[in-house]
Design a binder for this molecule. Structure first.
Ligand SMILES: *[C@@H]1O[C@H](CO)[C@@H](O)[C@H](O)[C@H]1NC(C)=O
Ligand SMILES: *[C@@H]1O[C@H](CO)[C@@H](O)[C@H](O)[C@H]1NC(C)=O
Ligand SMILES: *[C@@H]1O[C@H](CO)[C@@H](O)[C@H](O)[C@H]1NC(C)=O
Length: 258
């Protein structure tokens, strides 16, 4: 993950990353550096499998630093997972769900096992919840019930120093099969993610939704099914108000026959 994070961070500048399917959101640049809250509503459908990370990235304005959050499904009989991270030198945390380092490099990673349910709407929020005179900011990652708005669990909490500033508009959501090595010679598990466009808020409470989007990496052929079909087994398309990732669509035709 580490490498992909750093590369994703620089995608904004260089556009060279090739790793996981991703959908990019852009928004009014006038609000860059003024965002104190970003949230995304999501829904992971029925298939109880392990190996995917549906991560939504946010960018610290004027830097190459990023953070991200999102759900990781788990197998039947185990508890689902949520993460919330930040990269680079300077962030720190004393929250019990967090530890120093992110994907083997500098940063802070927070995670919690939580029984979020398949097929139900949730919202993950990252919010600036405190600030200090020295310009540092505290960011809290929270899982909220997508229908009632009830706060369900704090995923983690960390501080960034002044030079991280506030958040940029836009961001992206990626569909990462982090367990790809298990599936090079077989078909990736069936799993899908519905993401609604993120909502971003400024300090004065005004909020807006970035809707301009661009897809990246929808033509990867990483598992045996994709190679047999010569077509990606990780697909994504737009729906009203958001987008969907569907993994393993080709399995029906190819699994067990290749
Ligand atoms: C912030 O400052 C620290 C300490 O000087 C430095 O290590 C880090 O790279 C800086 N980060 C950013 C995003 O400017
Ligand atoms: C999830 O939210 C979407 C968008 O608001 C809504 O259309 C859908 O019915 C909700 N699904 C469930 C299972 O509540
Ligand atoms: C696989 O698909 C690509 C285009 O997506 C095409 O250029 C290539 O020729 C195809 N390969 C085979 C073996 O059909």
């Amino acid at each position: 993950m580490k490498l992909s994070n750093l590369l994703v961070a620089s995608t904004v500048i260089m556009g060279t990353y090739a790793g996981s399917p991703s959908i990019w959101f852009t928004s009014d640049k006038n609000f860059d550096g003024k965002i104190v809250k970003q949230l995304q509503k999501w829904n992971v459908a029925g298939d109880k499998v392990e190996g995917y990370y549906y991560g939504t990235q946010f960018f610290f304005s004027g830097t190459n630093e990023v953070g991200y959050y999102g759900p990781q499904p788990r197998k039947e009989g185990t508890t689902n997972h949520l993460t919330f991270s930040v990269f680079g030198y300077g962030p720190y945390s004393d929250h019990p769900n967090c530890y120093k380092s992110a994907d083997g490099g500098p940063g802070v990673s927070c995670a919690v096992d939580f029984p979020w349910e398949y097929g139900k709407n949730y919202t993950t929020e990252v919010t600036r919840t405190a600030q200090n005179d020295d310009g540092s900011n505290r960011w809290t990652g929270t899982l909220v019930d997508g229908e009632t708005g009830e706060k369900l669990v704090t995923i983690g909490e960390y501080w960034t120093p002044k030079n991280y500033s506030l958040l940029q508009t836009g961001g992206n959501t990626f569909d990462e099969l982090y367990a790809i090595d298990h599936y090079r010679d077989s078909c990736m598990p069936v799993s899908s993610y519905v993401g609604f466009y993120p909502v971003q808020s400024q300090e004065d409470g005004t909020s807006f939704t970035p809707t301009l989007d661009a897809w990246d990496n929808l033509d990867l052929r990483v598992d045996a099914c994709a190679r047999a079909a010569n077509e990606s087994n990780q697909q994504g398309w737009n729906i009203p108000g958001g987008f969907v990732y569907v993994n393993g669509l080709l399995n029906l035709n190819y699994e067990g026959k290749i």
